[in-house]
Design a protein around this ligand. Sequence first.
Ligand code: KMH
Ligand code: ZN
Length: 280
Amino acid sequence: MDKLIITCAISGAEVTKDDNPYVPYTIEETVEQAYQAYLAGASIIHLHARNDDGTPTQDKLRYKHTIDAILKKCPDVIIQPSTGGAVGMKRDERLQPTQLAIEMATLDCGTLNFGGDDIFINTENDIKYFAKIMHERQIFPELECFEKGHIDLVLRLHKKGFIHKPLHFSFVLGVNGGMTGEARDFYFLRKSIPDDATFSVAGIGRYEFPLAELSIANGGHVRVGLEDNIYVSKGVLAQGNQELVKKVVEIAKKYNRDIASPKEARKILNIKEKKDEKTM
Ligand code: KMH
Ligand code: ZN
């Protein structure tokens, strides 16, 4: 099996300091959370920019300042900005971070209910548009799939030439409105992607660690972080993202999976490093 790539989703767009005081808002807080997660074993930082008051933003400059500050502290880490942003944001608003010299970004592969009245909209045309822009800008897409139909759409769009290999999926399971993260769900999705594709799992809430373990045992990669889950164990708030990453590292030891460095993660996924380029 390949070494284990750990992605840390440090900030999110919806989770707040009322949920967990370690959720970073300011650039300084974000850098500290990214740095600690990196030291603990994360090679990819999944990033949502936030304003100082915690409101989510896709503003290009806010991303640039945040990314530059993170790279100053951990120059080799892979930064994966969100193009999902927050519910209700429009296409071009969401795509702003792709105007920076980034290596990787998320590509959300279908629409779903997102709790209450919220709908996270990703139409087929949205996905084609996002995929085209990322391809033109040589940004490696992490294909976020919240249920099986999203995988089917990716495979159809790949056949039609809109989404290109290498295909790297992220199964985001347990969203209120998406597929749950039970073991049967994991195996179903795992069997639904091509043999030469790679995958990572992101379990929301209580699914985070059971899914991480299943993925580790089955050759997949793992995403954890306060965006997805605020607890390190039942009822115990994580005191920072690094606690969640450390827990994954411990699980990986049980399965003799070594942890990939950012350089090794690039090699496993086939990501082009945008070295020495400024982020703008
Ligand atoms: N905040 C969610 C609406 C992504 O980062 O690409 C979307 C999201 C997905 O978090
Ligand atoms: Zn996200």
